[in-house]
Write a protein that binds this ligand. Structure first.
Ligand SMILES: [Fe+2]
Ligand SMILES: [Fe+2]
Length: 190
């Protein structure tokens, strides 16, 4: 398997400057969160590096590749921005030799979450949302939550995203709702 340095070298050629810089920040944030919460830091860094590796492929190519891998659904065809995580998880073993099943799952779930998320999955989802250059209303509250509890922060992050999607009248992936429902016992009392 590639080392983190080799993954960085590969991504620096594959991604735009902006997306590459975002991926480095997500990987660093994921490593930090993992260390704080006793999650495997190397896996968190790898997943953070890989998470958007297929995001800049043209959508028709993403769809063709997903069809080939047997993971294309009508929902992904209608909402292709949700495809790059599952597509990366399906393609990374063959394309780049990434075979760590836990890393692949964290990459697969980084956009939507799902019921039964591992703590590594939560670290990567939260790092994508909370990397230092990503500013939005409520970010400080979510960053504080992420220092206290992964599960509690994950619940708050999902509810933040769901509210944003509802306000915009957007389609909601049932995986995100399942993730949120599964985490209801972990609400942080303020
Ligand atoms: Fe992404
Ligand atoms: Fe991202």
């Amino acid at each position: 398997m590639l080392s983190c340095d080799e993954i960085r070298a590969l991504l620096s050629k594959r991604l735009s400057k902006e997306r590459y810089a975002h991926s480095l920040r997500v990987a660093a944030t994921a490593r930090e969160l993992a260390e704080r919460h006793g999650v495997q830091a190397e896996a968190a860094e790898r997943a953070g590096l890989w998470h958007d590796a297929y995001k800049e492929l043209p959508v028709p190519e993403q769809i063709a590749r997903a069809r080939e891998k047997g993971i294309l659904t009508p929902e992904y065809e209608a909402h292709p921005h949700l495809l790059h995580g599952p597509l990366a998880a399906a393609c990374l073993p063959e394309d780049f030799g990434e075979t760590d099943a836990e890393v692949l799952q964290a990459v697969r779930l980084h956009t939507t979450g799902d019921a039964g998320m591992s703590r590594l999955d939560m670290v990567v989802y939260l790092a994508d949302l909370l990397e230092p250059e990503h500013d939005f209303p409520g970010a400080a509250r979510l960053r504080a939550a992420a220092r206290v509890s992964l599960e509690g922060a994950m619940l708050a992050a999902l509810e933040h995203t769901l509210q944003y999607l509802l306000q915009r009248g957007a389609w909601i992936d049932p995986k995100a709702l399942r993730a949120r429902n599964a985490l209801l016992p972990f609400r942080i009392k303020e």
